[in-house]
Structures are given as structure tokens and as C-alpha cells.
Design a protein around this ligand. Structure first.
Ligand code: G3P
Length: 233
């Protein structure tokens, strides 16, 4: 199970990377626009920080244009994964790029049929948009589940990347279904650690620790080690 962060915000990416659990990053044109920075510089910096797959989306709408953009964007870093929109032009571009050993992420996927097309075109990742399916009053997790079952049935190598995740229970559901990857906003990733019993437990430990004799772990252990070294010499 891989955890990706869904943002182009360098501060958030840096913080998530510092936790040591970040496997990759996904961006899209809207996330890029939010940061108001140069596209290529931003992708390069994200790749430097993440040192793992970073999805950078092309914006051309025709296959040739997508290929031109993709062949440039992939030169930014070995970590770049070319993100392509779900369309016949995107599928055709995906096939060409897969044959060139360029990693791809087919995005804006809302149905099993679309996911099958991406897998057949050799996509590295396929991104079903769970939250946006839910927004329509439909069952995002149901679509994710059907995609995973289909891919397993046919031994497709394409990885399922659960996207448009809005809250922690989306992450949990994606994990339960066996999604290869979940990409999520910084806020959702940060909240994954929260549990009231953890906070309560830690408060209790610290309260009790205050009654343990000595001047804290560092002083106590240092004193113990020097006593032991002296006795051994
Ligand atoms: O990266 C694409 C996807 O995760 C977008 O999510 O919240 O805009 O539906 P959202």
C-alpha cells in the first residue's frame, strides 16, 4: 500500500516527506494553479523532495500534443510519471508512452470501463476519483472495488491509485479494498495519525513518568553508562 500526497504545495510535500512515509506525489492543473508557480520548476523541486513517482499532467487535448508535452516533461526528472486525461487521445498517447517505457497515470477515471481501457493501453497507474463519484450521489468505493476486482481477475499490471480522497475513512476503505495506492490532500494525510486514545494514553504516560525518580532519560542513561564503563575498566 503506497501513500501519495495530492498537492503541488512544496511546504506540505516537504513536511510529509520528513515523516518518512511518503511514497509519491500527484499533481494536476488545478493544484498547480493554486500555487501560482512555474510548472517545470515546481515539478523538479517536488521530484527532488519526494524521490519517488511524481505525476505531472499534460494539458494538450490531442494525442500528438500530449506526446510532445510528455516527452518534454519526462526529461525534468526520472521520477516524473506522465498524467494523461481519460479520452481516446489520452489512451492513444498512453499506449505510445508505455511502449517507450514512460510511466503514465491515466486520470479522471469514473468507471470500470474507463479503467479497463487505461490498463489495456499499458498505464502504470489508473486514478479513479472516489470523492467526485460520491459527489454525484454514486458509490465511489463501489467503483474502486469493481476496478480492483477486474484488474485482479485479469492479472492487469496497472496499479489502482485511489484519488479524490476527501477524508480518513476514504483511505481506510481504499486500504480494505486492496488499492495499490491512495493519494490524498495534506490535511487528510496529517489526520491519519489522530486518535483520541493515543492522546489520552500519552498524557497518562507523561503524568506517571513525572513520578519516576531521576532527572530524565538522557541524564539517567548517561549516568548509568558511565557507571557501567567505570565498573568494566
Ligand atoms: O489528483 C486528482 C484528484 O485527487 C482530485 O481530487 O478533491 O479535486 O476531487 P478532488
Amino acid at each position: 500500500m503506497k501513500l501519495f500526497i495530492d498537492t503541488a504545495n512544496l511546504d506540505h510535500i516537504r513536511e510529509a516527506a520528513s515523516w518518512g512515509i511518503l511514497d509519491g506525489c500527484t499533481t494536476n492543473p488545478s493544484l498547480m494553479a493554486k500555487e501560482g508557480r512555474d510548472f517545470a520548476e515546481t515539478i523538479a523541486e517536488i521530484c527532488d523532495i519526494v524521490q519517488g513517482p511524481v505525476s505531472a499532467e499534460v494539458v494538450a487535448q490531442d494525442t500528438e500534443g500530449m506526446l510532445r508535452e510528455a516527452r518534454l516533461v519526462r526529461q525534468i526528472s526520472e521520477h516524473v510519471v506522465v498524467k494523461l486525461p481519460m479520452s481516446w487521445a489520452g489512451i492513444a498517447a498512453c499506449r505510445v508512452l508505455s511502449d517507450e517505457d514512460t510511466r503514465t497515470n491515466v486520470t479522471l477515471v469514473f468507471s470500470v470501463n474507463q479503467a479497463i481501457l487505461a490498463a489495456k493501453a499499458g498505464a502504470t497507474y489508473v486514478s479513479p476519483f472516489i470523492g467526485r463519484i460520491d459527489d454525484q450521489g454514486n458509490d465511489g468505493m463501489g467503483v474502486l472495488s469493481d476496478i480492483i476486482t477486474t484488474f485482479n481477475n485479469y492479472y492487469f499490471e496497472t496499479e489502482v491509485l485511489a484519488a479524490s480522497i476527501r477524508h480518513q475513512s476514504h483511505v481506510l476503505d481504499a486500504v480494505r479494498l486492496g488499492s495499490h495506492v491512495a493519494t490524498m490532500p495534506y490535511t487528510v494525510m496529517k489526520k491519519m495519525i489522530q486518535h483520541p486514545l493515543t492522546d489520552k494514553g500519552n498524557e497518562g504516560f507523561l503524568r506517571d513518568w513525572a513520578t519516576v525518580p531521576g532527572d530524565g532519560i538522557e541524564a539517567t542513561v548517561n549516568e548509568f553508562l558511565s557507571r557501567r564503563d567505570k565498573a568494566a575498566s
